[in-house]
Design a protein around this ligand. Structure first.
Ligand SMILES: [Zn+2]
Length: 87
């Protein structure tokens, strides 16, 4: 699916360039139902109304991140190293 590939690429790019903090800094994690206009913090695409998404608060901050479930799965697995399989 092209949309999925796009989300994965954008999420990995955001992590690699440190636009996104790693999941080690997360505190609260809630699964919420999206309302109109919610945007994913990693791929920057809208989260469809009524779709479930992860709402993460970063430790010692009031920063809230919102993730599609796919983007969240990538985010929690990312430990700062990205294996390049293209070569
Ligand atoms: Zn996303």
């Amino acid at each position: 699916m092209e949309g999925t590939q796009h989300r994965i690429a954008k999420t990995l790019e955001a992590l690699r360039t440190h636009i996104l903090p790693t999941s080690a800094s997360s505190a609260d994690n809630m699964l919420l139902e999206s309302i109109e206009g919610t945007k994913c913090s990693s791929c920057r695409e809208p989260i469809r109304p009524r779709e479930l998404y992860h709402s993460i608060r970063l430790r010692d901050t009031f920063v809230l991140l919102r993730f599609h479930s796919l983007c969240y799965q990538l985010w929690v697995r990312f430990d700062g190293t990205v294996i390049d399989r293209s070569s």
